[in-house]
Design a protein around this ligand. Structure first.
Ligand code: ZN
Length: 73
């Protein structure tokens, strides 16, 4: 009987550990998705990650060349 209680305690511990690890993994994925929000280029329509976007006066662009073509600056 003592062995059965010990086995249940170990199983519960493993279950809690796996559940906590899964929750942390999901939180990390959510953070990555938030920083890599896709932004549409106002010139060619290409979707680029938010951290690579070139911001212009009239919108966001995939590269400096498209910003120059659209805004003439
Ligand atoms: Zn573009």
């Amino acid at each position: 009987m003592k062995l059965l209680v010990l086995l249940l305690a170990v199983l519960a511990g493993v279950w809690l550990w796996q559940r906590g690890r899964r929750a942390r993994g999901q939180a990390r994925q959510g953070g990555a998705a938030a920083t890599l929000a896709m932004v549409r280029c106002a010139r060619c329509g290409t979707h680029v990650p938010g951290n690579e976007v070139v911001a212009g006066r009239q919108g966001s662009y995939c590269c400096a060349a498209h910003r120059r073509e659209s805004e003439g600056a």
